[in-house]
Design a protein around this ligand. Structure first.
Ligand code: ZN
Length: 57
C-alpha cells in the first residue's frame, strides 16, 4: 500500500481516510486524505445546527 500524506498534519499514513473531494474544471477531481487521527476532526458533524448560515445577506 502506498503511504499518503495527511492534509492536516502532513504526516504519512498507510491508512488514509478520504475526507473531502475537490471537483476540478479540467480533469478528474482530487480526493483529500487525512490520517485516522485527523479524519474525525475534519469530517463535518452530522448536526444540522453546525451548518447555520450567517445572518444578513
Ligand atoms: Zn493527520
Amino acid at each position: 500500500m502506498t503511504a499518503t500524506s495527511c492534509c492536516r498534519c502532513e504526516r504519512m499514513t498507510v491508512a488514509p481516510v478520504a475526507v473531502r473531494h475537490i471537483e476540478r474544471a479540467s480533469g478528474p477531481g482530487v480526493t483529500v486524505y487525512a490520517c485516522p487521527d485527523c479524519a474525525p476532526l475534519l469530517t463535518p458533524g452530522p448536526l444540522p445546527a453546525e451548518t447555520a448560515s450567517p445572518a444578513g445577506g
